[in-house]
Design a protein. Structure first.
Length: 441
């Protein structure tokens, strides 16, 4: 099977005639970087045998100029590397895609029912939820194999696509269990990807401006988000995937949003009939996007050292626009004013109004409490409690994690909570003072 694949690869190299449409790429990347406030970015278009376009822009988190050796964290682009690694073990008959996960990885017995297969993990059809509390544990040094027994999660019914990085944490554990070797070593052997040992600080948006963040590592998360490497490493990987069996597999499942998913890639048919396989990836401080267009013999790679969760749509839209421009397809980017800016403005206005209210109450502590003071105290306390419990629930993450992905929103959260507490305490003090004065008289 590997010999056949090698022959097909050689044939593709001999017959490939990549064509690139679009305008001035350097200008396009520069405009995107300026509009989104990206400190540094790298962009490449490659075929199976050459680099067609190469742009490096800005600086890394240490102030050094971005070049072809600057490492980025790849985020969920790591998933295709994991899927390709598993595929390689399947080709060697060391794993079977239809094998029950629990039969290969008994450590997952308490998490998955017995009918969930390795193929389910690859295609996100295991029923596992996307529980961020179990993920992105910075500084974690254990193998995924050691982490699996500690996971406090259980799967629903299998069969329907539900994106969850936990699937790929389990796949990493399966690779470690099957080979008895570190995941990074096996991935390097099967895919040629050599992950970076360290990266410079990334950047998160802080009231729209980039703020440095020491992006952490997670040894148990290499399989779903914490592989890393330079634009050179990433583009070489993308170039190899143009002819790799796993990345061109027709074994896909519908996502319910107009795309399919197979072996770590979203699969989409563009308006001109061209099939494109792509995936974006992000961790706090870093964002990547890789697109494969095998029939055009092109892969497009974009990486930047800025990412905040509320900016996800704008970054993804900008990356997609850069890719499609190379294919001669014009797709407008998302507006520079979006959900992130609206959230900041609304939260800041609310915090300002509460600050004015708290100041007025503190300046008139000796005044009569008024008829509705008890109601106002209850409203302030209820609003604080509702905010404290509903924001983490709606974000799907505790505030400690939200602080990494959206530090400005987390700061406003604590400011608003503090203001509501001050308002309640000041009103209570006014009421208590009035009652004490009346009783004394």
């Amino acid at each position: 099977m590997r010999i056949v694949h090698a022959l097909l690869t050689v044939a593709a190299l001999l017959t490939a005639s990549p064509t690139v449409s679009g305008g001035d790429t350097a200008s396009d990347v520069g405009v995107v970087a300026e509009e989104l406030g990206l400190p540094g970015a790298a962009f490449r278009v490659v075929s199976e045998r050459e680099v067609i376009e190469n742009i490096e822009y800005g600086v890394d988190g240490d102030g050094a100029s971005i070049d072809d050796g600057t490492p980025f964290v790849w985020g969920s682009v790591s998933k295709s590397v994991t899927a390709a690694t598993v595929y390689g073990l399947v080709e060697q008959h060391r794993l079977g895609l239809d094998a029950s996960v629990n039969s290969v990885l008994p450590e997952s017995n308490s998490i998955l029912p017995g009918n969930v297969t390795i193929d389910d993990l690859i295609h996100h059809t295991s029923g596992l939820p996307h529980d961020v509390v179990q993920l992105d544990v910075w500084g974690r040094t254990q193998r995924a194999l050691d982490v699996v027994p500690t996971l406090e999660v259980s799967a629903d019914d299998r069969g329907t696509f539900e994106y969850s990085s936990l699937n790929y944490l389990l796949l990493q554990a399966i690779v470690e269990k099957t080979t008895a070797k570190p995941f990074a070593d096996v991935a390097a052997r099967e895919t040629g990807v050599h992950t970076a040992g360290a990266v410079a600080p990334g950047h998160v948006p802080f009231f729209t401006f980039p703020r440095r963040i020491d992006t952490g590592t997670d040894a148990a998360g290499l399989g779903y988000g914490y592989l890393g490497g330079s634009i050179d490493e990433l583009s070489r990987y993308a170039s190899r995937q143009l002819t790799a069996a796993a990345s061109n597999s027709s074994d896909t499942v519908p996502t319910g949003s107009g795309t399919a998913y197979g072996f770590g890639w979203y699969v989409e048919t563009l308006p001109d009939g061209t099939e494109m396989r792509w995936h974006s990836g992000a961790v706090p401080g870093y964002f990547t996007h890789v697109a494969l267009i095998p029939e055009r013999h092109l892969a497009v790679v974009f990486a930047t050292n800025r990412y905040g969760e509320l900016e996800a749509d704008k970054l993804a839209s900008a990356a997609r626009s850069l890719v499609l421009a190379r294919l001669g397809i014009d797709e407008p980017r998302a507006s520079s004013f979006g959900f992130y800016e609206a959230t900041l403005i609304a939260s800041s206005l609310f915090a300002t109004l509460l600050a004015i209210c708290a100041t007025r109450i503190l300046l008139h502590l000796g005044a009569a409490p008024g008829r509705w003071v008890r109601t106002r105290i209850l409203i302030a306390l209820a609003a604080g409690a509702a905010l404290y419990f509903t924001l983490p629930a709606s974000a799907g993450a505790p505030i400690s994690i939200l602080t990494r992905w959206a530090p400005d929103v987390a700061l406003l959260f604590w400011i608003v909570l503090a203001e509501l507490f001050v308002i309640a305490a000041a009103l209570a003090a006014r009421l208590s003072s009035r009652q004490w004065t009346t009783a004394y008289v």
